[in-house]
Design a protein around this ligand. Structure first.
Ligand SMILES: C[S@@+](CC[C@H](N)C(=O)[O-])C[C@H]1O[C@@H](n2cnc3c(N)ncnc32)[C@H](O)[C@@H]1O
Length: 198
């Protein structure tokens, strides 16, 4: 990607997160967590939302579960702890976060079930996934959409937090309860991408 394009993209993401977190009064905190990340800042999924997210993901025995941009690994680690999935794959561009995720998986005793991939989620192959989680941004979901459509098999569940996949029709949208209300979107490949959404 050319430098100008990357900077433009990054600015878009920053604006989008700023709008979101501004409304939550968290902009100051966001500024501290931007770090040097080229695309999406590390904003972890709140643990209080995990029950709802897993209810929507509906993970089952044999599932191969990816978190694209897995941060400190909390979602894949919890998935590996709670469900008899085949494996969880933690894809993260930042080496420091991936190291933290590795340490957290060891502490939780699930290191054998979690695969850690340091890389760009636009480039990492994901065709073995049966369930995918993304807490990114609408614009990043949009950029990832062609890859999802090309690589994921029909029936694969894709769950996003807060940000929809524009042009895909969600099968389900669940609002979390609690202080910070969140939307959890469920998409199914082969269904959602054929119907057209917002
Ligand atoms: C909003 S955070 C979500 C973290 C984690 N999924 C969670 O829910 O707790 C987005 C994460 O995506 C990572 N990320 C951003 N761009 C990426 C890319 N191109 N490839 C892989 N990871 C990326 C960031 O470093 C950050 O950890």
């Amino acid at each position: 990607m050319a430098g100008g394009e990357a900077r433009g993209r990054r600015k878009d993401y920053e604006d989008e997160y700023s709008r979101l977190w501004d409304t939550s009064g968290m902009l100051g905190w966001l500024a501290l967590t931007m770090g040097g990340n080229p695309l999406v800042p590390f904003v972890p999924t709140r643990r209080e939302n995990l029950d709802t997210i897993f209810e929507v993901l509906d993970l089952k025995e044999g599932d191969v579960f990816y978190d694209l941009g897995c941060g400190d690994g909390r979602v894949v680690i919890e998935a590996a702890k709670r469900y008899p999935i085949k494996r969880a794959v933690c894809v993260e561009t930042r080496g420091d976060l991936l190291e933290e995720a590795r340490r957290n998986a060891e502490k939780a005793g699930v290191q054998d079930k979690v695969v850690f991939v340091q890389g760009d989620f636009f480039k990492v192959p994901i065709s073995d996934a049966t369930a995918v989680y993304m807490y990114l941004l609408t614009s990043v979901n949009e950029a990832l959409k062609p890859k999802l459509e090309k690589e994921l098999r029909p029936g694969t569940r894709v769950v996003t937090l807060d940000f929809p996949i524009t042009g895909w029709k969600p099968v389900k949208v669940v609002e979390t309860t609690g202080v910070w209300q969140r939307k959890v979107y469920l998409y199914i490949v082969g269904v959602s991408d054929k119907q057209g959404g917002e």
